[in-house]
Design a binder for this molecule. Structure first.
Ligand code: PEP
Ligand code: MN
Length: 381
């Protein structure tokens, strides 16, 4: 099947702006407009305050357009987007609010890039109709288990292999990963099965080391706002799997992506992995709405990780399918051949046969939605 996905929705997406409205045709190519924001003045604003706001805006180099309504007076500002600062304007007496017209994540926004981005990870494409199926153990535990799991997920149709060599563990006494030895094992096993590899980097000082072995660098939930690390992976130019922080809003998450993009690295894939909830029925709260919410705001591919989002094997397949139905460009699943002996996250690992059954359903659903699963790097499907 080769049906292309629908064009992405314009900013602001219809889900935040109310029902979609008829749009007038736009003649000719658009030239990039300078950024804009709207100052909403308090209903009891005084005339000297209005004058002061206009003076301040003009002193800051903005073009100001005053508009007096019956109940509210607003001032539209146009200026250089680098210089538009909301906070100082909010502090001026008489100002009720300052509303930016453009999202703060410029490079990640659909405005900047109306077509969906396609990220190539060692030849496997994710986004824009290409479906990524990332599978493997939580941690690389040794050559033999890694080889067995890789053989199984490869046979089931995964097109990317995962495994952590540096593990972010809540307890300092838990298994921390095999470090560089784990990276070597992951690389060798990935090469053996022709699977590009994804692994986490936690420390800005180790980005260069991890990038030497990995095809894609994972930024884990706990590091989503480690801005030094984001800057460092941005400079590495390697594809980045940016997991959502466990208490991050969609805007926080897109701003973290912006850190990477701002370094000139366009290869960012977002990964929804659940946020902290109050219900112990699942490890986290799988936020399926975040998938279309991101798609309505950003061109970046979005995948889902139902393993960390739910933490329970029986919840993983339905949530994986729900994520794809919601528009995800891929799925990230933890698989272990002997979960009870796993050194981390064993209780959420799918057995290889459970993964194989899920992979088949995911492939069917992805194809039905017009997405192709490239099973090998460089596969033209
Ligand atoms: C992981 O992928 O094993 C992991 C630790 O994920 P997260 O950062 O989403 O918790
Ligand atoms: Mn894990």
């Amino acid at each position: 099947m080769s049906r292309q996905p629908d064009r992405p929705a314009p900013w602001p997406p219809s889900d935040v702006a109310g029902p979609p409205r008829a749009r007038c045709p736009v003649a000719g190519p658009r030239t990039p407009a300078p950024s804009a924001m709207i100052i909403i003045l308090r209903s009891d604003v005084t005339e000297p305050q209005v004058e002061h706001v206009l003076e301040r805006a003009e002193a800051l180099g903005y073009q100001a357009h005053l508009s007096r309504g019956t109940y509210r007076t607003i001032i539209g500002l146009i200026g250089d987007e680098q210089r538009l600062q909301i906070e100082p304007l909010r502090a001026i007496p008489g100002v009720a609010d300052v509303v930016p017209v453009m999202p703060p994540y410029k490079l990640a926004s659909l405005e900047a890039h109306p077509q969906p981005s396609v990220v190539s990870v060692g030849g496997v494409r994710i986004g824009g109709g290409h479906f990524g199926l990332i599978a493997g153990p939580c941690a690389v535990e040794g050559l033999e288990p890694m080889d067995q799991i890789a053989a199984a997920v490869h046979a089931a149709g995964a097109n990317l292999l995962r495994g952590g060599a540096f593990k972010p563990r809540t307890s300092p006494y838990s298994f921390q990963g095999l470090g560089e030895e784990g990276l070597k094992i992951l690389r060798d096993v990935g090469d053996k099965y022709g699977l590009p590899v994804v692994t986490e980097v936690m420390d800005p000082r180790r980005v260069e080391l991890v990038a030497r072995y990995a095809d894609m660098l994972q930024i884990g939930a706990r590091n989503m706002q480690n801005f030094v690390l984001l800057t460092e992976v941005g400079q590495s130019q390697k594809p980045v799997l940016l997991k959502r922080g466990m208490s991050a809003t969609v805007e926080d998450w897109l701003m973290s992506a912006e850190y990477i993009l701002a370094q000139g690295n366009p290869n960012v894939v977002l990964c929804e992995r659940g946020v902290r909830g109050f219900d112990t029925v699942a490890r986290n709260l799988f936020d399926v709405a975040a998938v279309p919410a991101c798609k309505g705001r950003s061109h970046l591919p979005v995948i889902v990780d139902p393993s960390h989002a739910t933490g329970r094997p029986e919840l993983i397949p339905p949530c994986a399918l729900a994520g794809v139905a919601a528009g995800a460009d891929g799925v990230h699943v933890e698989v272990h051949n002997c979960p009870e002996q796993a050194k981390s996250d064993g209780s959420q690992a799918l057995l290889p046969e459970q993964f194989a059954a899920l992979a088949q359903q995911l492939q069917q659903l992805a194809e039905w939605l017009g997405k192709s699963v490239s099973s090998l790097p460089g596969d033209a499907t």
